[in-house]
Design a protein around this ligand. Sequence first.
Ligand code: NAP
Length: 680
Amino acid sequence: MNSSDTSNNRSCFRFLMKPLDLGFTQLRNRCIMGSMHTGLEEQWFRFSRLAKFYEERASAGVALIVTGGISPTFSGRLSPFASQFNCLLQVGKHRKLVQAVHKHEAKICLQILHAGRYAYHPFAVAPSAIKSPISPYTPKALSDKQIRKLIKAYAKTASLAKRAGYDGVEIMGSEGYLINEFVCSNTNQRQDAWGGSFENRIRFSLEIIQAVRRAVGEDFIIIYRLSMLDLHRDGSSWPEVVQHARAVEQAGATIINTGIGWHEVRIPTIASVVPEAAFTWVTNKLRQMVSIPLITSNRINSPEIAEHCLQNGDADLVSMARPFLADSQFVEKAGNNQSHLINKCIACNQGCLDRVFKGKRATCMVNPRAGYEEDFPLTRVAYAKTIIVVGLGVAGLACAYHAALRGHHVIAYDESDPGGQFNLASKIPGKEVYQDTVRYYEAQLARLDVEVHRNEKVGFEDLREVYADAIVLATGVHPRRPAIEGIDHFSVMDYETAIKNRADLKERVAIIGAGGIGFDVAEMLIHKNNAADSEDWFSVWGVDKQYRHRGALLEHEAEIKSDRVVYLLQRKNEKHGKHLARTTGWIRRLTLRKAGVKMLNDLSYERIDDYGLHIIHHGKKEILAVDHVIICAGQESENSLYKKLSGLGQTVHIIGGAKKAAELDAETAIREGMTLAYSF
Ligand code: NAP
């Protein structure tokens, strides 16, 4: 089959056609908003917020939206209070979501997700009673009768979805959830008709699709999310994936979506360290084997990448999820050839997944309006004020942008180039995309005629009598300088200096402080180049693009070859990176381990001299003979202007790191900037 063939048998397009004139020729009508759990699905009284969230994206050109995962039964809920759809009474609230989307001629599919052994409650069920390494609960093995009942429950949810007006459903069959657990032999050790041979193990998925098709009729989309790469040793082999995909097509699915990796697998699949469009090759490989349309996904965050995947024939449709959190107008801007105005997802997970795992509503670090559209409407003020913003790190940029967007006259200053800590972060391998956030804000400030004064330092005398309705101080932070004997030794430098002078750093380095920035600096030191070489990336994480073994794993993972000896030090007697983000902290720890970084804890610093760094480690004296000691010991607020200006009659606000340096993260800084702008 011609890989770019999108005709007859790939007939999903009759469902997706929308009268849009998108500049990206292939992206036209072929871009869908993938399933994302927002935390708004749980309570009926939040459905108006969810409707607003979907509507804003539908009105800006998304052809098809897939909802967050909703369980067909109580046992399948992700957590005890997670969402479930299996009763007629719930149809009304879903209809509101559907209507909000249909108003704009977009389509919407309900994702049916049974969590299986990933259900975070004691009622979890699975094919066999085998606990997942990422859940404290051992699931109960389903009986034959319960399995048959469960299949009917999927069909019932699908028919309720149809009644609510949904255009289709997505059946979640990947990422290690229930259906995937049936397919793989390590989680399915049954001896009956649902276990044993591969044919038996895929029976559950096929009977679900058949039952759903019978319940909803022909004119209804069924997307099946197939695990194309399990990324674990007992995962499916390539011939099995193909066999399963063909059977899924036969069973009545309309479209197959790409699922990559089980949640419990320690291989990153969506974090910023993953090369862009890293897994579209597997969709392409499968596309030669089936006739129904395929969707590709994972680390696709710009119209250019999406367009490239489609032009390359990797897939019939491209799914993006987090990029629609970052920018609700992604498709519209792509259509207007305004890619530079798109707020790109930087795959940090901080505002979305990390918050959802804490039971909070998902939003987006670079777009804190996401999920909060009702609280921060896109309306203009009746009376424009003059706002001066001092400091254009991300807090200042967000404040200046939202104030200008609301119609205020904004004048902004930065003593160097806008971007602040994001400029430093973007120099770290795997975080290059952070520069896009700065690029986005700068482009928006230019569009909104914000007066930006770069490389211009403003001081107390400049501000004390200036005319403004409000002065916003977003003056950021400076690195903390700990009181260690010898801190002025020539071998010592702060992280800013180290990042800016990376090329001059020698082989042996000790890093004082193992917070987010200590980890960043360690990663910078172990990588030779900035741009991730994607082939290296696959071998380091053990992914086999030839798919020679089960789960697409290499027999051995490659080490990260580093010419440097790096020590990452902390005084606390606890695991390194314990306080890093949940969904990415493990990647960062594992990366440093793969490169042989020496992580020492439970220590104190004695002094720094010509011999190196003297420490007391587990009660014993040691000398780390290093060329450099890099200080990553946190920050202190740059708030002297605020102290001087307060009480002089001006309306002065302070935000971001300037307000609170300890534990400040970019998510809080950007949110503070936006929230303040809405108060003007
Ligand atoms: P941090 O997370 O507060 O870590 C500071 C480190 O310095 C700690 O390991 C601390 O450990 C050590 N330390 C503190 N005071 C010290 C002193 N007086 N002498 C010696 N060591 C000292 O700060 P950060 O690494 O600068 O990060 C700042 C913020 O940026 C964090 O809140 C983080 O959220 C954010 N960030 C996040 C990421 C990310 O990947 N998500 C990346 C970069 C930054 P001990 O006290 O045990 O020695």
